[in-house]
Ligand binder design. Structure first.
Ligand code: FES
Length: 140
């Protein structure tokens, strides 16, 4: 049976905006509210290059990433075509105006995904980012 963790009240989330939920391990979860007061939860990490979806603009049932404007579906975390990628989606529910997230998912889901690193040559761990093996120099 799902153990639900109380997060906040719906009105604590800005309309067409979000609120971040920190976790003991892993990246924050972004909890979004749309114009119809529906609430959604995604990992706060764009599938493109790790942008903070919590800083994006909500429209309909999507959020526009603030970095390169990819459109991410709030129901499933999928990027809209032609872009490809998916960010983890968290189960959430609203009961009597209170927002709840699945406690088990908060503790375990996507805790291995890293925040993007800044700076030249930084890897984001995003789709398309791959570690490159560096060969040892030749010796004669
Ligand atoms: S990081 Fe989100 S669109 Fe590029």
């Amino acid at each position: 049976m799902t153990e639900w963790k109380t997060i906040c009240r719906v009105e604590d989330i800005p309309v067409l905006g979000s609120r971040r939920v920190s976790r003991p391990q892993g990246m924050d979860v972004a909890v979004f509210r749309n114009s119809e007061d529906k609430v959604f939860a995604l990992l706060d990490r764009c599938p493109h290059k790790g942008g903070p979806l919590s800083q994006g603009i909500v429209f309909g049932t999507s959020v526009a990433c603030p970095l390169h404007n990819w459109k991410i579906g709030l129901c499933d975390g999928q990027a809209s075509a032609p872009d490809e990628g998916c960010t983890p989606q968290f189960a959430c529910k609203v009961d009597a105006g209170e927002v709840f997230l699945d406690a088990a998912e908060l503790a375990t889901l996507a805790i291995d995904l890293l925040a993007p690193r800044a700076g030249p040559g930084a890897s984001t761990g995003a789709v398309g980012d791959q570690a490159v093996a560096v060969q040892a120099p030749h010796s004669d």
